[in-house]
Design a protein around this ligand. Structure first.
Ligand code: 2IT
Length: 445
């Protein structure tokens, strides 16, 4: 019989100074502990101890030369968290906030997210504390080459398949894949998010944002509502925010904000034209990490140094980074009438923000459900690479929609309360956990 407090105390003792990992683990374990305690095979099989321990972790030195000829040293990581359901799968994050603890939280979340997609993928995550901001293209190239020179020893198309995440987009995947090919002399699906002409899946760049809107579309339908005419705030301005802005607009909603480390933009006309979407990509590829220039270009408002959660909206989509939406932000959103919060970044909301929103019966989707479209299309890219064929954009999009609908159905199945309120956190955690845990028991120890 597990007790939450004593289990969490022991987990904290074993993983000191890793607050994000502990936060992610607590959220999952709170949701599943009653179900686990009702199942003697889980309790006897020590499933919680086993599922919170990564299979293995690699850390390595990444030496590279900057444009001044100075040698720089960063730390690289790959956390192979759990491969019960398939090869380790999950992105690489290049960001100054990267630590072992943050990648353990991401690898842990990824395990359940990947399970929710129903595709055969285990969970992993990697990256580096390398900060791409202000780096030249050749510095990025040299860093990626050095990173892969070490990483290639630990990955493979049937064992561990990394992809992009914050700071790792198509350009970085190109440089990483190029070095992998030099070292291994093979063309395989060892990375996803590849370029379209060399094995990439159509709509992989759009997939996380599109998937999140497809999920949101199911959320509104579940309560007899529609996306048509909804006012939406989005944080971030990268790949994910871009996909959300495009698909939301196509389905009749209006995205009125994006944000960066410098502050946020309010565009009352909506970020709804191809020109604006193209400009988001331009801002991102400049590597300056700012959104302020958008205001000048499109006659919008820039609010310096703040997050967009003070803007009144019907739906909020955190799309930047973990813990970007705190309790006071959730309170402000609700005071201004928010009906739905769709966490599209990984663990974008703090624990007390999530608890508050659920307590107030706001329809809240956790990242592992709402943002699973990205890794789902990665899974489809792996299938295409294995079969040596390529599906059309329409085929991939159709599969993505079906997967997001299916994840929503799983959340409803395991998360609907007697009152009819859908607790998506509980639903996603139970549905994601069960498949991984059952496979682990099938395998013995
Ligand atoms: O957080 C995520 O799901 C990702 N960064 C995508 C991972 C992947 O393997 O496509």
């Amino acid at each position: 019989m597990y007790r939450l407090d004593s289990f969490m105390a022991e987990l904290e003792r074993k993983n000191p100074a890793e607050p994000e990992f502990i936060q992610a683990a607590r959220e999952v374990i709170e949701s599943i502990i009653d179900m686990v305690n009702d199942n003697p095979a889980y309790v006897h099989g020590k499933i919680l101890e086993r599922i919170t321990e990564p299979d293995r972790i690699f850390t390595f030195k990444v030496e590279w030369e900057d444009d001044n000829g100075d040698v720089q040293v960063n730390r690289g990581y790959r956390v192979q968290f759990n491969n019960a359901l398939g090869p380790y799968k999950g992105g690489l994050r290049f960001h100054s906030s990267v630590t072992l603890g943050s990648l353990k939280f991401l690898g842990f979340e990824q395990t359940f997210k990947n399970s929710l997609t129903t595709l055969p993928m285990g969970g992993g995550k990697g990256g580096s504390d390398f900060n791409p901001r202000g780096k030249s293209d050749s510095e990025i190239l040299r860093f990626c080459r050095s990173f892969m020179t070490e990483l290639h020893k630990y990955i493979g198309p049937n064992t561990d398949v990394p992809a992009g995440d914050i700071g790792v987009g198509a350009r970085e995947i190109g440089y990483l894949y190029g070095q992998y090919k030099r070292l291994n002399d093979e063309n395989t699906g060892v990375l996803t998010g590849k370029g379209r002409s060399w094995g990439g899946s159509l709509i992989r760049p759009e997939a996380t944002g599109f998937g999140s809107i497809y999920f949101a579309n199911e959320m509104v339908k579940a309560v007899g509502d529609t996306l048509e005419g909804k006012r939406i705030s989005v944080s971030g301005f990268g790949n994910v925010a871009w996909g959300v802005a495009m698909k939301a607009s196509q389905l009749g909603a209006k995205v009125v904000t994006i944000s960066g480390p410098d502050g946020y933009i309010v565009d009352e006309e909506g970020i709804g034209t191809p020109e604006k979407w193209a400009y988001m990509l331009e801002l991102r590829s400049s590597n300056n990490d700012v959104v302020a220039p958008y205001a000048k270009k499109f006659n919008a408002t820039f609010v310096a140094g703040k997050k967009p959660w003070e803007v009144p909206v019907d739906m909020a989509f955190p799309c930047a980074i973990q813990n970007e939406l705190a309790l006071e932000d959730a309170q402000m959103l609700l005071d201004n009438g928010v009906k739905y919060v769709v966490e599209t970044s990984n663990m974008g909301c703090t624990a007390d923000a999530v608890n508050y929103l659920i307590d107030k019966k706001v329809s809240f989707a956790p990242g592992k459900a709402a943002n699973a479209g990205g890794v789902a299309v990665s899974g489809l890219e792996m299938s295409q690479n294995s079969m040596k064929l390529s599906w059309t954009e329409a085929e991939v999009d159709e599969k993505l929609q079906a997967i997001m609908q299916n994840i929503h159905t799983s959340c409803v199945q395991y998360g609907t309360q007697d009152s009819g309120y859908i607790n998506y956190v509980k639903g996603a955690n139970i549905a994601g956990f069960k498949k991984v845990a059952d496979a682990m028991l099938d395998f013995g120890y």
